[in-house]
Write a protein that binds this ligand. Structure first.
Ligand SMILES: [Zn+2]
Ligand SMILES: [Zn+2]
Length: 350
C-alpha cells in the first residue's frame, strides 16, 4: 500500500509499505480521508510535541475515516462495508486508568501518527473494531474524519461544566476553537467571545454561523494579548468570563485564559503549545481561586460528536476549507503549517 512517510522537518516522501493484516479483534479500514491537525503540524515541523519526540521514518495522521473492508473473527461483523469514523488512540482497556474510566490517559496508549506508531496517511489501517463508529449515510468521508476534532470540542465543553447563562471566552479560532465556541453557545452560554492572532480566523468565525451571542475581537489578539484581555473585560463590564477556553497552539493561551476568567471561574486548556514547559500565572490563578482543567483528547465522545453533526448543531463541512488528493498530502501540510490561504481544516481525500 502507499504511505506518506515524514523523514525530516517539513518533508515527506511517498513509499510502499505492506498492507496490514487484521487480527481477530480488529477491523481493516480502507482510508478515505485524513484531516491535518495542529498536533500533526508540530510533528511535521519540529518532530516533537514537548517530550513526545518522533523518529523518522513515520507516517503521520490521526484524524481519519474510511470503509471497513475486513473484520477479524472476534470483531463486530456488522461493521463490514460501512464508512466509519475511527477513534485513533487505542487504549489497553486493562491498566488502572482504563479501568477507572480514564482511558484517554491510558499508560499503554497506542497512538497512530505519534512516537513509534505509524499513522493514517496510507491506504489501510487496522484498528480495534470497538473504536470504529459507523457514520450516518449522508456523511461524507471528509466530515467523518472531522469527528475526531469534534470529539475534542465535545470533551472540552464537557470539562468546562457549562451552566445556562454562562459567558465564555475562546482563545484560538482554529477548527477546535470554532467548534468549541459553537458548542458552548448550543449548551446555553449566552455570550461567547472569541480571539485569535490571525485576522482571517476572526473573520471566518463571524461567518461560521457563530452569530448568536458570539463576538470576535476585531484585529485579533495582538502582541501579548493585553488588548484581547482589555476587550474581554470591557465586554463583560470588568467581571471576566465564567469559562475561558484555550484552543491556541501557543504558550500564551494558558495566561490568556487565566486573565480572562472571573474570580472563581474555570479554565479549560485544550491547545497544544508544543513546549514541554509553559509559564503559569500563579498569582492571578491563586488570587481568583481558578479551576484549571486540561483536556486530553476525548473520552468516549464520538457518539455525541456524531449526533451533533447529524442533527446540524455542528457543521463540519463549513470548516473544511481545502481538499487535497492523497497524492498531494505534503501540500496540505505545508498550507496548514503556513496558515495560508484562509485555511481552517485541510482534508486529504482518496
Ligand atoms: Zn487532531
Ligand atoms: Zn490502559
Amino acid at each position: 500500500m502507499r504511505a506518506w512517510q515524514w523523514h525530516k522537518s517539513e518533508s515527506m516522501r511517498l513509499v510502499d509499505l505492506p498492507k496490514p493484516k487484521v487480527k481477530s479483534h480488529e477491523a481493516l479500514v480502507r482510508i478515505e480521508a485524513v484531516g491535518v491537525c495542529g498536533s500533526d503540524i508540530h510533528y511535521y515541523r519540529e518532530g516533537r510535541i514537548g517530550e513526545n519526540v518522533i523518529t523518522e521514518p513515520l507516517v503521520l495522521g490521526h484524524e481519519y475515516a474510511g470503509i471497513v473492508e475486513e473484520v477479524g473473527g472476534d470483531a463486530d461483523g456488522t461493521l463490514l462495508g460501512k464508512r466509519v469514523a475511527v477513534e485513533p488512540g487505542i487504549p489497553c482497556f486493562a491498566c488502572e486508568w482504563c479501568r477507572t474510566g480514564h482511558y484517554n490517559v491510558c499508560s499503554n496508549l497506542f497512538f497512530p501518527g505519534g512516537p513509534g506508531h505509524d499513522g493514517a496517511l496510507c491506504d489501510y489501517m487496522t484498528v480495534d473494531a470497538r473504536l470504529c463508529f459507523p457514520v450516518p449515510g449522508s456523511m461524507t468521508a471528509g466530515c467523518a474524519a472531522m469527528v475526531e476534532p469534534v470529539a475534542v470540542a465535545v470533551h472540552t465543553v464537557e470539562l468546562a461544566a457549562l451552566r445556562p447563562g454562562d459567558t465564555v471566552a475562546v482563545f484560538g479560532l482554529g477548527v477546535i476553537g470554532l467548534l468549541v465556541a459553537r458548542l458552548a453557545a448550543a449548551c446555553g452560554a449566552v455570550r461567547v467571545l472569541g480571539a485569535d492572532v490571525l485576522d482571517y480566523r476572526v473573520a471566518a468565525a463571524a461567518q461560521q454561523g457563530l452569530s448568536a451571542g458570539f463576538t470576535a475581537k476585531p484585529g485579533g489578539l495582538q502582541g501579548d494579548g493585553a488588548a484581547a484581555i482589555a476587550w474581554i473585560m470591557e465586554q463583560t463590564g470588568g467581571r471576566g468570563v465564567d469559562v475561558a477556553m484555550d484552543c491556541t497552539n501557543s504558550s500564551d493561551g494558558l495566561s490568556l485564559a487565566c486573565a480572562a476568567a472571573r474570580p472563581a471561574g474555570r479554565c479549560v486548556l485544550t491547545g497544544i503549545s508544543g513546549k514541554e514547559h509553559d509559564s503559569l500565572p500563579v498569582s492571578i490563578a491563586r488570587r481568583h481561586e481558578l479551576t484549571l482543567r486540561w483536556c486530553r483528547r476525548f473520552l468516549h465522545n464520538y457518539p455525541a460528536a456524531l449526533a451533533l453533526l447529524d442533527s446540524g448543531v455542528l457543521d463540519a463541512s463549513a470548516l473544511i476549507t481545502h481538499v487535497f488528493p492523497f497524492e498531494e498530502a505534503p501540500e496540505a501540510f505545508a498550507l496548514t503549517s503556513a496558515c495560508a490561504d484562509g485555511v481552517l481544516k485541510a482534508s486529504i481525500e482518496w
